[in-house]
Design a protein around this ligand. Sequence first.
Ligand SMILES: Cc1cc2nc3c(=O)[nH]c(=O)nc-3n(C[C@H](O)[C@H](O)[C@H](O)COP(=O)(O)O)c2cc1C
Length: 255
Amino acid sequence: MDKEQLNGYRYFLKDSIRKKIDFRLTDQNQGILVPPIEKSCPEGSKRIDLPDFNTLKDLQKTDLTHAIGNRKSHRVYLNQSLLLNELAYLLWCTQGLQGKIVNGHAHRTVPSAGCRHALETYLAIFNVDGINPGMYRYLPLSHQLVFEFSDDLLPEKMTTASFGQSYPGKSAVTFIWVAIPYRMEWRYGLAAHKVIALDAGHVCQNLYLACESIGAGTCAIAAYDQEELDELLGLDGKDEFAIYLASVGKIKKNF
Ligand SMILES: Cc1cc2nc3c(=O)[nH]c(=O)nc-3n(C[C@H](O)[C@H](O)[C@H](O)COP(=O)(O)O)c2cc1C
């Protein structure tokens, strides 16, 4: 391996960049308007209300210690649909709002550097009760889904876009986390990118634990065809691009 190249990539994992940034020059400190905390929806788009969190509490079949102790990656799922309230629960656990927006900050069920939350959640839905298969996006601010598009070949396309891994196309739903880097760059400039990746890790771990607690299973997926997946999602690959996926489905469980 090329040592110099390795050092370049390792640099990304460090926080040395922070000492090189003049934070007075960040867009935030230059008084540039804060970017939206949620991607907007085209006019007239079809939205689906999700069950309120207060109706989701009874779904949990195990406690946190059991969920943490038993968490593992599941790549094979039962041919059983996920209930809409189960999907709503998984979305709330991974990106849900904890309360009201205060001073432009929408605290969520996961931490995020500077509370910037630079991720959007796309959902390739294949087997969720009451939802037609297709691509959707979660809207945390209103706890809704917005319909993106349908495609009869979506299962095959998800598998191809994951370098032939079958589970993203054979799941009940596959979560695709998309970064909108400017949301983080606005505050941190060149120090934004590592923390976006760290944020995504928290989100996916919550998905593992939440799945474990309701008799579902998930598998994190970081091996995917960047350009193909972005194109499938209709993202420009510059200001918005996929960074992480996780397939989800029901599994055989003994609580
Ligand atoms: C960042 C990350 C990326 C991963 N990418 C993939 C992947 O592309 N395909 C896959 O089958 N598993 C993937 N995994 C799952 C790991 O293979 C799995 O976590 C590991 O084998 C340990 O197994 P366990 O999760 O059951 O403990 C990924 C896990 C993480 C945390």
